[in-house]
Design a protein around this ligand. Structure first.
Ligand SMILES: N[C@@H](CCC(=O)N[C@@H](CS)C(=O)NCC(=O)O)C(=O)O
Length: 221
């Protein structure tokens, strides 16, 4: 089987890269630059017409959504135990968490755009930046609540592909919102970033990254 991941450092494709590392299966990476026009090149648009990463090529077929890619990889390698297949008592909750990751992701993406992509202050809206941060905190409150029974990962039964999806969002979210009121989320992140597969999905030292600050403060309104 030939697996090729189109990836940009620190983008949502990191979910899939992390997942591939957790699976421990062979794959290749095609690295794209998030900031130049390479995602809009004709060659890449032929792979993903939405001009986004990830795109995951598996034996010539392409899957472009990070959540769907994680789910499909779980199905391809069921022996790794990272999915919760149909019939599993945790199936409903697992799918819910896998897709909940994009509730985090949408605010993280909006905040990334507001603080980083819109690089001149007069392009930005302080009202929108504050609103997005508050909405992100609200969404993370669901995870804080879910972890209140002492579970270590989003599934009671242990680590799964859903943690690659949710955990990526949590790791970026801490750059935009303080986790003071989210101690369980903070501890969850600590557990995830200590995993060798997470570390393997991080950018190498010295390369251009999306995030250059530990924390991006919303301006006063
Ligand atoms: N829902 C998609 C979102 C993919 C997406 O928006 N990726 C961003 C990076 S995090 C991207 O490629 N952005 C490029 C751009 O907006 O030009 C997924 O989860 O895979």
């Amino acid at each position: 089987m030939k697996i090729v991941l189109h990836h940009a450092h620190e983008a949502r494709s990191m979910r899939v890269l992390w997942m591939l590392e957790e699976l421990g299966v062979p794959y290749d990476v095609v690295l794209h630059n998030f900031f130049d026009k390479s995602l809009r090149s004709p060659d890449y648009l032929a792979i993903n017409p939405a001009a986004r990463v990830p795109a995951l090529e598996i034996d010539g077929q392409v899957i472009c959504e990070s959540g769907a890619s994680i789910e499909y990889l779980c199905e391809l390698f069921p022996e790794k135990g990272l999915g919760r297949p149909a019939g599993d008592p945790e199936r409903m909750a697992w799918l819910d968490m896998l897709h909940y990751a994009e509730s985090i992701g949408q605010h993280v993406a909006n905040l990334t755009q507001a603080h980083i992509v819109l690089y001149k202050p007069d392009m930005r809206s302080p009202t929108q930046m504050n609103l997005e941060a508050r909405r992100l905190l609200k969404v993370l409150g669901r995870l804080e609540n879910r972890l209140s029974d002492g579970r270590e990962f989003v599934m009671q039964s242990g680590f799964s592909g859903a943690d690659c999806a949710v955990g990526y969002g949590v790791d970026v979210a801490r750059r935009f919102v303080a986790f003071d009121a989210l101690p369980r989320v903070a501890a969850y992140r600590d557990r995830l970033v200590a995993r060798p597969a997470f570390k393997a999905a991080l950018p190498p030292e010295g390369v251009q990254c999306i995030y250059t600050q530990d924390f991006y403060e919303a301006p006063d309104v």
